[in-house]
Design a protein around this ligand. Structure first.
Ligand code: F6R
Length: 610
């Protein structure tokens, strides 16, 4: 999704801005631009639809050199992805970049047009540039004018502004879209994500909701939502673990799929005793709070939502706790009846997903017992605003399609299930010790599943010419099937639907013919025989079956049936294991189709707008 980079320095900042944009590329975008206050005292910009490399090429041909600048990668919301809609947007001697959505942009646009402003783009952002320009006429100071401007904006924004009239500073505002200041020696920076600035600094200051910042070469001043001058803590990062290279792999997605044994291992580290989960892994007050929990409400989006759906099976089956799971974009706008003593759980890779964050903020008003975030980014808004946290240790996920984040979320959710059951005394005898042992073995099992890489690559050939696919699963494998279908559609653009296998004959069976491959996951559990009957229904209609089946499930290849044997695993952990071949399948289908695997069309990594 959109990215912001800004810099005020004594040196030429254009290469810093470009490098920052490249580091944000993985989040998904469709145009890029930069505005620089040049060494000959002019405000100039370069914008290009497409990749940052197009912008870089344009800047090689016509360099912009200066010591103050802002840059942006845009993921189109208002107006097509083309040069005139790309940021920065200008109004007089001002340049503005913006992440988020201004909801009252139409009303503001009408007012500004009536004042004589001429719009050159279809974006909501241009409204901010003109409004600020208008405010500056009376208020003269850029920072003061920005404070007045944001009071009239409804919606979400992370904003960075420069002015040719006041070239000593970069000003910024945050509401609903993250911004971080990078602190240098005699130079300072701004970005929507600290990753964009890791090449220039390791010291950061995170803006909070409602903050306005004035960033000069040698000072940073911040005002909070009430206009009070405030200090924000600065954080120093020393780890070099942010490396973003593909190593021996052709794509980040394949690398991240193969990292799963290691990151699952890391997510378990320090969280298990000999035969129990360490409840304090969720925070010092976790044991006390967990003892009170009588219900769980999970809220998340996309892949993280699928993780929540798996957790519902675990929480009810193992810990005996009623659990509801809902996509955040629905939950946040619904009248919700909260049962007493309900733990509100959010799941998110990025911790910045706008809908999930908004749901958490709403939940605080609704009388939940406490909030818990299962998240991969320790410095994210979701983590900072939740009472309890479990950080997954997936490391940086660059492929837009989530893979290792999902399996580590599942591990986190199983730890949560066992912790709640342990504290509340609702686990059956011996279950916790057995599952702790199984969790210890999980990285090795995942390694065995990954060894099937070339088998799955061969199976992928069956899909290259297909336009539709069905994914089936029963029980906790149903969300796994949903996740498999999501991965396939995201990166190969093949239409894929997931159904609980028992639902087949209530409608979707009508779609099945020899042009519709049907993918299913079949662990050896009490639903296996029922699943086998469902698969017969598919075969009888000519549907080609691809079955990932437990080696002990007694399933074999036959005409129109391709069986891939999976290592045996405890049924509770099977959703984690069976996710692996589905990730590999979608990856290899996408490679065969020649799509942009790591940055699929129209998608963004961190969805910071509604
Ligand atoms: C799919 C995918 C998305 C995200 C969703 C939530 O591969 O990555 O569906 O899972 O946008 O993102 P987070 O987990 O960052 O809240």
């Amino acid at each position: 999704m959109c990215g912001i980079v800004g810099a005020v320095a004594e040196r030429n900042i254009t290469p810093i801005l470009l490098e920052g944009l490249k580091r944000l590329e993985y989040r998904g975008y469709d145009s890029a631009g930069v505005a620089v206050y040049t060494n000959d005292d002019k405000l100039e910009r370069m914008r290009r639809p497409g990749k940052v490399s197009e912008l870089e090429l344009a800047l090689t041909e016509e360099p912009l050199l200066g010591r103050l600048g802002i840059a942006h990668t845009r993921w189109a919301t208002h107006g097509a992805p083309c040069e005139r809609n790309a940021h920065p947007h200008f109004s007089g001697d001002l340049a503005v970049v913006h992440n988020g959505i201004i909801e009252n942009h139409e009303a503001l646009r009408d007012q500004l047009k009536a004042l004589g402003y001429v719009f050159t783009s279809d974006t909501d952002t241009e409204v901010i540039a003109h409004l600020l320009n208008h405010k500056l006429k009376d208020l003269t100071d850029l920072t003061v004018a920005l404070k007045a401007t944001v009071k009239e904006l409804h919606g979400a924004y992370g904003l960075a502004v420069i002015s040719a009239n006041q070239p000593d500073r970069l000003v910024a505002a945050r509401s609903g879209s993250p911004l971080v200041i990078g602190l240098g020696m005699g130079e300072n920076f701004l970005a929507s994500d600290q990753l964009a600035l890791r090449q220039v600094t390791d010291r950061f200051m995170y803006l909070e909701e409602g903050d306005i910042a004035e960033i000069r070469r040698d000072s940073v001043q911040i005002w909070d939502v009430n206009g009070q001058s405030v200090e924000r803590e600065s954080v120093q990062y020393r780890d070099g673990a942010e490396a973003a290279d593909k190593g021996e792999f052709r794509h980040f997605m394949l690398k991240e799929i193969h990292e799963q044994p290691a990151v699952v291992q890391r997510t378990l580290e320090g969280r298990l005793s000999q035969n129990q989960v360490l409840v304090q892994a969720f925070g010092p007050q976790a044991a006390e709070l967990f003892a009170k929990v009588r219900n769980v409400q999970i809220v998340a989006c996309g892949t993280s939502y699928h993780a929540g759906m798996v957790a519902r099976y675990w929480l009810e089956e193992l810990a005996g706790i009623p659990c509801q799971v809902e996509v955040a974009s629905e939950f946040r706008y619904r009248k919700v009846v909260v049962q007493p003593d309900t733990l509100f759980v959010t799941i998110s890779q990025s911790g910045e997903t706008a809908d999930t964050l908004a749901a958490l903020r709403n939940a605080k008003e609704l009388g939940f017992l406490a909030s818990l975030a299962i998240c991969n980014v320790g410095i994210s808004s979701l983590v900072r605003e939740s009472d309890l946290t479990l950080l997954t240790q997936a490391g940086r996920e660059i492929g837009v399609a989530s893979t290792k984040a999902f399996t580590t979320q599942l591990v986190g959710l199983l730890l949560l299930t066992l912790s709640l059951g342990q504290v509340r005394g609702t686990l059956a005898d011996g279950v916790e010790a057995t599952l702790v042992e199984e969790l210890r073995r999980l990285p090795a099992r995942l390694g065995e599943a990954l060894a099937m890489d070339s088998t799955v690559e061969k199976i992928a050939e069956l899909f290259a010419e297909k336009n539709h696919t069905l994914f089936l699963g029963r029980g906790a494998q149903f969300p796994v099937a949903m996740e498999g279908a999501l991965k396939l559609k995201e990166i190969s653009y093949i239409h894929a639907e997931a159904y609980p296998a028992g639902e087949l004959k209530h409608g979707p069976l009508a779609l099945v013919d020899n042009d519709m491959p049907v993918v299913t996951v079949a662990p050896n559990n009490e639903l296996l025989e029922k699943l086998k009957s469902n698969l017969q229904e598919v075969r009888a209609r000519g549907g080609e079956l691809i079955v990932f089946a437990d080696e002990k499930a007694g399933m074999t290849n036959g005409e129109g049936t391709h069986v891939v044997h999976m290592p045996h695993i405890h049924d509770i952990l099977s959703p984690i294991l069976y996710t692996i071949p589905l990730q590999l399948l979608s990856y290899y289908v996408a490679v065969l189709k020649g799509t942009d695997v790591d940055q699929p069309r129209n998608l963004a990594k961190s969805v910071t707008v509604e």
